[in-house]
Design a protein. Structure first.
Lengths: 377, 398
């Protein structure tokens, strides 16, 4: 039992943290977020060069790690509120390919991810499906050896930057059946794919993605037809753990910023940090953060265990971190007073990102229900 | 990162489990409603462990400790919780013992440590006073030097289980003129049979007699009972409080409590279905279980740090706050779960020897008293507000 990182993991941490610190200062991020493209392809190339995009893949796919490396990278992303699509590309699409892909798919697509040439978005959510991964109106009909996709995917994060999509679609069964879900890789420029692009409230870019008679070959199917749900559940759990790590990084900076502000800001002739009511709130923020770190570790460590153990611990982490993120974000704004309401300070952006993370890959209520289903028996 | 136990740790778990299963005295009660248990029952497991050499695992080996790693001690507490074991009381083992072997002289060590290890000597803690709770340093009990003795006068309160105590460790003011209140306090060991000591029971809201007032009137104790230096007692007292807080998270015991709560929620019915199937109640249980998971990993992180040579620091305040919140929540939910049968007072049940018409299920009898009793946890050992002050000062640096 230990919580140490390997030398290699420490090198990943050092590398990514230096990159974020040196190249992702607050003003730079603001300019990037407000730019036309909304991200930094040149930073993505640097991530590839540093090996960060390879970090969570096994050696046979050209990588050198797994979930812990993804956790470390996303924690540092969270500290800088980096918007680049590491989770959609590396964790979601990369995860689907590494767990379900054929040798040929892995070579082509994981190779493309690691080199930085291919950027993926993960088109799994639908307007009426909420957090149920099996609730799909998007269909893929077999047509000879091909499939024809029709449907509408909601809030596909990073899609405006993507070259490829990993898409879930129903190949058989009723709208919410566990069986009949299949997973495809689709080039974004394929005939019949269209998008409406927009910004998100937390500084990222996303799209509504529409499929109209999009024809893909049988080679586009990841894993077995009709049996894609277990694969997608695993991938989404890995993504949930990764976004938990991002939240932990964001919470850390939010707490530090708030503590710092409480030392600077004077009222009644003294720093507001000398008021016990604010001190105790900040002590609570610290405790919420530490509990979140613990849950982030726990979820990451349990990702490779059996399905029930993995789901239970990931859900426990997402519940705890969702709650902690809300408390810390709201407390940070409150402690900053009117300044916390302005668009001028970084703290507002941390609050917004934490607020949106709360609903990503399942809300507190969703994960609470899943935890109950797995533990109340 | 790795949560696996090593082969040696697994073997250790098997060894202690076997020892506990073979040696734990089955005929003693469970603590929680403490005055139900006799002094002998409360000491029974302590004495068995004393003979085995396992009663003071955290002490240095030279004083009778075990050399167990923090992880092994964690396993030890888990295995005891599994049995719902009545563990050695903390006053000797976790509080005064470490003070004596750290700050005491050779005579004091020789006189007192064996009795603490064996469970033959019962200790109590003379810290709080009616006017000195969270502001402990304002204590007024005095010890005045008179030849080879100190003469102690004053009143202590909240003295847990002092009705059974053979010895007590007392904070007394020896220099009323010290520039700061903390600087005039001494740490003195007192034989509770000394003339002038009166122990008066305080009845608590759970109906039990767990704590006492201790009145000291011209109590004459040998000056050789002073620990360390005169007027340095505050240093030893703070050392002790930090020791008291580590292990206060009570994770293993709370885990067992959650299992018991689930059993109750499966047995109780709501709308014709087990209570545990009600989303509202199930959500409360899951929340508790999730919070407990977080606390467990936080404690393991602290233990891992300790194993790497970092002493228990201010993060023990976090363990105290979160641990006691969970312990309290557990007792709240247990009382909620038992429904109507939370109300009957088991102390008033007819003592007619009949089991034919039991008053509610057994698991309900202690639900309310335990809930009432556990409110103490966020007050004792430095209230949870004081813990937040410590976090503010020591971690946030404000």
């Amino acid at each position: 039992m230990h919580f140490d990182f390997t030398d290699e993991q420490n090198m990943v941490r050092d590398g990514i943290s230096r990159l974020i610190r040196e190249q992702y200062d607050w003003d730079t991020r603001r300019k990037v977020v407000e730019s036309d493209s909304g991200w930094r392809p040149e930073l993505w190339a640097q991530l590839a060069e540093l090996g960060m995009l390879a970090a969570p893949f096994p050696e046979e796919d050209g990588g050198f790690g797994g979930a812990t490396e993804a956790m470390i990278i996303m924690e540092e992303f969270g500290k800088g509120l980096a918007v680049e699509p590491f989770i959609p590309t590396v964790v979601c699409a990369g995860g689907a390919l590494k767990h379900g892909g054929s040798a040929a798919q892995r070579e082509e697509y994981i190779g493309g991810i690691i080199s930085g040439e291919m950027v993926f978005a993960f088109a799994y959510a639908e307007p009426r499906g909420r957090y149920d991964l099996a609730n799909l109106e998007t269909t893929a009909k077999a047509d000879g050896g091909d499939y024809v996709l029709n449907g509408h995917k909601a809030v596909v994060i990073g899609a405006p930057w993507a070259t490829h999509l990993v898409v879930t679609a129903r190949t058989s069964g009723g709208q919410t059946d566990r069986d009949g879900v299949s997973v495809f890789v689709v080039a974004k420029d394929a005939q019949g794919v269209s998008t409406r692009d927009y910004a998100t409230v937390d500084g990222r870019r996303a799209s509504e993605v529409y499929f109209e008679n999009v024809k893909v070959s049988g080679d586009a199917l990841i894993g077995d037809a009709d049996n894609g749900l277990p694969l997608i559940e695993k991938v989404v759990d890995e993504a949930t753990a990764a976004v938990c790590a991002e939240a932990v990084g964001a919470m850390k900076v939010t707490n530090e910023t708030t503590l710092d502000y409480s030392r600077q800001r004077k009222q009644f002739g003294v720093p507001i940090g000398s008021f016990q009511v604010l001190q105790h709130r900040m002590a609570d923020m610290l405790m919420e953060y530490e509990q979140s770190v613990s849950m982030c570790y726990l979820a990451t460590i349990k990702l490779d265990e059996d399905d029930a153990t993995r789901k239970k611990n990931v859900s426990a982490a997402k519940v705890r971190i969702g709650q902690a993120g809300r408390f810390i974000g709201q407390s940070a704004i409150q402690t900053h007073g009117g300044m916390g309401m302005t668009d001028e300070l970084a703290v507002g952006s941390y609050f917004k990102r934490l607020s949106i993370i709360e609903g990503e890959f399942g809300s507190v209520d969703h994960h609470m229900r899943r935890h109950i289903a797995l533990t109340a028996g | 990162m790795n949560l696996e136990f090593t082969e040696e740790e697994k073997a250790f778990r098997a060894e202690v489990r076997e020892f506990i299963d073979n040696n734990y005295p089955e005929n003693i009660g469970t603590r929680g409603v403490q005055d139900e248990m006799s002094r002998e029952d409360m000491l029974a497991w302590h004495k068995i462990l004393g003979k085995k050499g396992w009663s003071v695992p955290a002490w240095p080996k030279e004083y009778g400790g075990t050399d167990w790693t923090p992880t092994q001690r964690y396993i030890w507490s888990e295995e005891n919780a599994r049995k719902n074991a009545v563990m050695p009381l903390p006053f000797g083992v976790a509080m005064v013992g470490p003070v004596i072997y750290t700050f005491g002289n050779d005579e004091q060590k020789a006189e007192h440590l064996p009795g603490i290890r064996s469970g033959d000597v019962w200790w109590c803690q003379g810290y709080s006073e009616p006017g000195a709770g969270s502001d402990l340093a304002s204590l007024k009990t005095t010890a005045v030097r008179d030849g080879d003795d100190y003469i102690i006068n004053g009143q202590k309160t909240w003295t847990t289980l002092a009705q059974h105590a053979d010895w007590g460790f007392f904070l007394c003011r020896t220099d009323p003129d010290a520039p700061k209140p903390q600087m005039g306090i001494s740490f003195i060991l007192v034989d509770m049979n000394t003339p002038g000591i009166e122990v008066r029971p305080i009845k608590l809201i759970d109906g039990g007699h767990e704590v006492n007032e201790v009145w000291l009137t011209d109590v004459r104790v040998p000056a050789t009972n002073l620990i360390g230096e005169e007027n340095k007692g505050w240093t030893y007292a703070k050392f002790l409080l930090a020791h008291e807080r580590s292990g206060i998270a009570g994770v293993a015991r709370s885990k067992r409590g959650v299992e018991q709560l689930k059993e109750i929620a499966k047995a109780e019915m709501l709308d014709g279905k087990p209570l545990i199937e009600d989303m509202g109640f199930a959500t409360k249980i899951s929340q508790l279980e999730i919070d407990l998971s977080a606390l467990e990993i936080t404690e393991l992180r602290t233990l891992a740090g300790e194993q790497a040579g970092k002493g228990p620091g201010p993060e023990s305040s976090l363990l105290k706050v979160k641990g006691t919140e969970i312990q309290q929540r557990l007792t709240e939910l247990t009382l909620e779960a038992v429904g109507h049968y939370g109300a009957p007072d088991f102390r008033s049940f007819p003592d007619d020897g009949s089991n034919d018409f039991p008053i509610g299920p057994d698991y309900a009898h202690h639900a309310a008293p335990t809930y009432f009793n556990m409110r103490k946890t966020s007050i004792y050992g430095g209230s949870n507000e004081i813990q937040r002050n410590i976090i503010t000062k020591m971690i946030l640096g404000l």
